[in-house]
Design a protein around this ligand. Structure first.
Ligand code: BGP
Length: 469
């Protein structure tokens, strides 16, 4: 059996990692404009070492970039809308028309090239003004401000955009309260009460966005998205199993609310043990009942966990430093473990629990690339390592489909090289398209097709047959 006929093959980006033009056409500052080092400390304002301010200048080169995506035959293009282009401080009464016009063009180009736009409404780029004024999502007033922004998008792109994701990797709030939740309080000083209350506000906002979307256009498909954190017990010690159960629940917290419309059975004990007492109104409970149409997740790697910190080797990933290395999985140059079978496992366990269509919204290999002459007067990258990574993951995604899992689509992360989220560098490249940019900001910004460009084009042309042969 091949991949499903309408399978949505494509690629994914995020505004703050590719657009640049951080202060053009009325755009306000986002939290990313003060995060020059990714997960590292924030600055007081934009600084020259923040590569995202210019990024790959997609804001001015989107025509060329979308033409390249179309050349690969993308059926879907996942991108985010920068909230601060539409509402520069998040609180204006009226949206910024110039910002909307930019996305009109992106969306029209997608449609002209038969690519379904898949819009991430909020991808780690909350207006900085909302972080400063409200301490981000700790404040309930964020819900209405977010919905004001959603309404503008849902009304403007009715009949054009069918697929939406409310928040990128919403469960990352627990690990990255500033990047994910625009919470200014340093993580070490943030109380569990404020953190989980922020989670609640985001969950209510997400559910109300689902309701609003369906009211505006019943055919809208609106999904949630999580980091598909896949964790194995390091040993068969029952304490390790229980440790994994607990960590899994961090993710299920978010998914259960989105997909089942209420807090999970384990929430009460978790809140009690943390001394958390959430302020949940009757209206909130009603809102949460509006469940999503699909579940999207990012999948890059898996890790192991143990209840006994003296066991195993620490993970080298900056995402999950407290986890343990899996000796059976490979590892990238950035210490992220490579585990294609973990994708099959993740798809199966999410489907078993929710029975909702799944979307692999991010997957890919961040690696150093070397640009070489292609023999035809241009340049290329011989990225067989990236092809191998992706091929193995696609094979395992196909296995999951054979298992019976409903998978809607796959968008390769960073389909064009862009600035990394966690380390804010360009050397960690994911793309089918190489961008001539260095981390010191030098480079011509010229675009070059890597070897995997032609390979992925063939994947799409054959609807995945070429990876199965
Ligand atoms: C996800 C984010 C993306 C992205 C990706 C890869 O968590 O949603 O924005 O960048 O991770 O991470 P990095 O860029 O740090 O390699």
């Amino acid at each position: 059996m091949a991949f499903p006929e309408q399978f949505l093959w494509g690629g994914a980006t995020a505004a703050n990692q590719c657009e640049g033009a951080y202060d053009e056409d009325g755009k306000g500052l986002s939290i990313q404009d003060v995060l020059p080092h990714g997960f590292g400390p924030r600055t007081d304002g934009p600084t020259a070492d923040n590569l995202k301010l210019k990024a790959i200048d997609h804001y001015h080169r989107y025509r060329e970039d979308l033409a390249l995506f179309a050349e690969m035959g993308f059926k879907v293009y996942r991108f985010s809308i920068a909230w601060t282009r539409i509402f520069p401080t998040g609180e204006e009464e009226e949206p910024n028309e110039a910002g909307l016009r930019f996305y009109d063009q992106i969306i029209d180009l997608c449609l002209a090239n038969h690519m379904e736009p898949l819009v991430t409404i909020s991808h780690y780029e909350t207006p900085l003004a909302l972080a400063e004024k409200y301490n981000g999502w700790t404040d309930r007033r964020m819900i209405d401000l977010y919905l004001r922004y959603c309404r503008v998008l849902f009304e403007r792109y009715r009949g054009k955009v069918k697929y939406w994701i409310t928040f990128n990797e919403i469960n990352s709030l627990l690990r990255q309260p500033f990047m994910s939740g625009a919470i200014m309080t340093p993580k070490g000083e943030l109380s569990a009460q404020d953190l989980y209350q922020a989670m609640h506000h985001e969950l209510v906002a997400s559910a109300r966005a689902v309701r609003l979307a369906h009211e505006i256009d019943a055919s809208y498909q609106i999904g949630c998205m999580v980091v598909g954190i896949t964790i194995y017990p390091l040993t068969p010690d029952p304490d390790d199993i229980l440790k994994v159960m607990d960590l899994d629940n961090d993710m299920y917290f978010f998914l259960d609310v989105h997909a089942r419309g209420e807090y999970p059975y384990f929430a009460k004990r978790r809140f009690e043990s943390l001394g958390v007492s959430l302020n949940i109104t009757e209206e909130d409970r009603e809102a949460l009942k509006h469940t999503v149409d699909f579940i999207a997740f990012s999948y890059y790697s898996s890790n192991c966990a143990t209840a006994d910190p003296s066991r195993g080797e620490p993970s080298r990933s900056n995402m999950t430093p407290e986890l343990r290395r899996n000796p059976y999985a490979g590892v990238t140059e950035w210490g992220w473990q490579i585990d294609p079978k973990g994708l099959r496992y993740t798809l199966n366990r999410l489907y078993a629990r929710y029975r909702l269509p799944l979307f692999v919204a991010e997957n890919g290999l961040g690696a150093h690339d070397v640009l070489i002459p292609d023999g035809n007067g241009s340049f290329t990258v011989e990225d067989d390592y990236r092809i191998a990574y992706m091929k193995e993951h696609l094979i395992q995604m196909h296995e999951a489909i054979l298992d019976g899992v409903e998978v809607m689509g796959y968008t390769a992360w960073g389909c064009i090289d862009l600035v990394s989220c966690s380390t804010a560098e360009i050397e960690k490249r994911y793309g089918f398209i190489y961008v001539d940019l260095n981390s010191d900001g030098s480079g011509t910004l010229a675009r070059y097709r890597k070897k995997n460009f032609a390979w992925y084009k063939e994947v799409i042309r054959t609807n995945g047959q070429n990876v199965l042969e």
